[in-house]
Design a protein around this ligand. Sequence first.
Ligand code: BTN
Length: 240
Amino acid sequence: MNFLSLEEVDSTNLYAKKHLAELDDCTVVTASRQTAGRGRLNRSWLDLGEGNLFVSIVLKPSAAFNKNFVNLTQFLSVCICKTLEDYELKPDIKWPNDVNISGKKIAGILSETVMQGANFKGIVLGFGINILAGKEDVKKVADKAVTSLSIETDGKFCDKNDFLTKLLNLFFKNYNKFIEEGFCFIKHDYLSRLNFLGKEISVKLPDEIKCGIAESIDNDGALHLKKDNEIFVLTIGDIL
Ligand code: BTN
């Protein structure tokens, strides 16, 4: 694992994609400040201050694109949950990969595949985790309820480097096995951290909102949504 610590960037994901050719496999790019953080589905990720984590892991596997890379964000969401559990918190995963605590978002993940023409060049696995953000800081996120490690532990834990070290150790310890075995390797750990299965939910898709009962998650990590006896298999989206 290599580290590249930057002071200020637009986005660690953009930086890693732009410099992919010069960065080794398993380089971890971090920034103290992010001026244009990007989220899934064209959203943005707000910088809530220097004590929070803005990280992109550069992965440049020698093999061709493997379908298991699609589930990397779900693997990382499980690793983030396990790390938070080390602090005696009870996070859950909002499909596909948001990490929440009591309905408030603490971490988000954005994976981007880099191609050159038809050639697979690598993956930039970005994540933001709120660590030191205080109660006033999280109010800056207008569109959803947000929390941080510091808020959830009443200020007891707020060291972003400790958190990142624990998380990266867990991630890289299991990464190769995950790439070999895919979603089934984490399925049990993933399912045990979901709290919406069996419930009526609404999922925002790129061009519509679909409502139904969240039936199950299949062996590819896709969400099966049941509506009027029809099953919709969703691979992207956002539970509202
Ligand atoms: C989401 O929840 O929509 C995903 C948010 C991902 C944010 C992180 S912060 C570090 C990395 N750089 C970015 O621009 N985005 C990711």
